[in-house]
Structure formats: C-alpha cells, structure tokens
Ligand binder design. Structure first.
Ligand code: PGA
Length: 250
C-alpha cells in the first residue's frame, strides 16, 4: 500500500524563527507510524533551521528549486549536492511559478530533475496547465509535453525515484480547487501515459495533487484512485492548517 505524501511548499514566506517553530510543530504533530508521510519545502535560507527542528523526527524536507549544474560560475544558485549536504531528501522542480516567471523551460526542468536524481535527491516534478490551456482543450497536450521533456532526459527509469505533482495553474493560490473528479481524470491520464512505458514504475509512482488543498477538501481528493497525496501552498504556512490536512487523511 502506497503512503500518502502531504508536502508543504512555503514559497517565499516566513523567517528563521517561523521556520523553526513551524517545522517543529509539524514534526511533533503527526504520528510517523501512520499511512501518511509529511514533508516541508522552506526557502533556502531556512533549510538548516528546518533540518535542526526536524532532526530525529519523521518530518522530511527539501528545497523549492535546484540549479541544473554541478558547481561553478552560477552566482546566486544552489546545486543538488549542496542540498544533500544540508540533509534535504527531496526538491521541487518545475513549480509553475518558476516555469512562468524564472525561466524554467521544459528542457531546463528536465535538467534540474536529472541533476536532483544524480545527487540522490527525490525530485518532486510539478506539471500542470494554465486556465487558458484548459479552456482551449489543451490540458493533456501540455501535461504530455512537460512529461516528455523529462522522459527524453532520464527515460521512464527516472520516475522510479521521483514524485509527480499535478498542479493546475488556475487552482494554485486561487481558492479554486479542481474537483476530485477533474483531478482524478488527469492523474489517471498521467499514470496511463507512463504505464505504457513501464507498468510497475507507473503503478508505484506517487502523483500528488496541488492547488488550494486544505483540511476541508483533502480527504475527498486523496480518496481518488490515482491521487497519492498533495502539494500544499497556503495551507502549509501554519501548523494548524497543515496538520488539519494530515488529520483529515491519516
Ligand atoms: P496553494 O499552492 O495550495 O496555495 O494553492 C500550491 C502550490 O503552489 O504548490
């Protein structure tokens, strides 16, 4: 039985004090023996604070982005090896905000995904369509294009040690959650597409849903056959809201 993964993307929010307090409240607020895993993605400067606050607990953590290069003249960037050095277990790649505003093309996201894998990090690959693309009937084509770029780089084997997050851009931070049926339809499409390449890898792959998930809608979303957890933005910024999602599904 796959474990549900509830992952909190703090985005560019918080402070050192908040990071310590929030990570420790989350780490101490859930039962590690349950069927739910918990992870948080703080801003880079607070990774160390989260590492300390979560030491000896089951709370996992990672960064919100990674550079695709190994080292060198990349001022302001952070390598996968540096994240491993800070004890990160995972990293988000291709979040829609990075795709839209920070130059993360499909090809660059694929390079980041591969860099994370080769450093031993679990990449959480974010994919999803905009409202315009959905209304234009392009959802499946967009998802396919985003997946194909990564498949071209790592092959289906790359997905054996990765997590996917389907995040329709129109549902992120808008309060407009995809309905459980709408989300399930795309999750099934993704799993079928990958199953055609390797049924075992696709069957074991965790596909999270992201976009306005909260305590009140998590249970029905995660009850869908192909939804294996959530990537949570706004509702991961207080321990109360984040643990409400855990409590709704644990
Ligand atoms: P949201 O963000 O939960 O605030 O919609 C999700 C995300 O961007 O990962």
């Amino acid at each position: 039985m796959r474990k549900i993964l509830v992952a909190g993307n703090w985005k560019m929010n918080g402070s050192n004090a908040m990071a310590k307090e929030l990570a420790s409240a989350v780490a101490n607020g859930f039962n590690s023996s349950s069927s739910v895993e918990m992870a948080v993605f703080p801003p880079f400067p607070y990774l160390n604070a989260v590492a300390e606050a979560s030491a000896g607990t089951a709370l996992q953590f990672g960064a919100q982005d990674v550079n695709e290069n190994q080292a060198g003249a990349h001022t302001g960037e952070t390598s996968a090896a540096m994240l491993v050095d800070l004890q990160c277990q995972m990293v988000l790649v291709g979040h829609s905000e990075r795709r839209a505003n920070y130059g993360d093309s499909d090809a660059r996201v694929a390079d980041k995904f591969a860099a994370a894998l080769s450093a031993g990090l679990l990449p959480v690959l974010c994919i999803g369509e905009s409202l315009e693309e959905r209304e234009g009937g392009e959802t499946e084509a967009v998802i396919s294009r985003q997946l194909d770029a990564v498949l071209a780089k790592t092959g289906i084997d790359g997905f054996a040690k990765a997590v996917l997050a389907y995040e329709p851009v129109w549902a992120i931070g808008t309060g407009k959650t995809a309905s459980p049926e709408q989300a399930q339809e795309i999750h099934a499409f993704i799993r079928d597409k990958l199953s055609a390449l390797d049924g075992i890898i696709a069957g074991q792959l965790r596909i999270l849903y992201g976009g306005s998930v909260k305590g009140s809608n998590a249970a029905e979303l995660f009850a869908q056959t192909d939804i294996d957890g959530g990537l949570i933005g706004g509702a991961s910024l207080t321990a109360e809201d984040f643990l409400a999602i855990y409590n709704a599904v644990a």
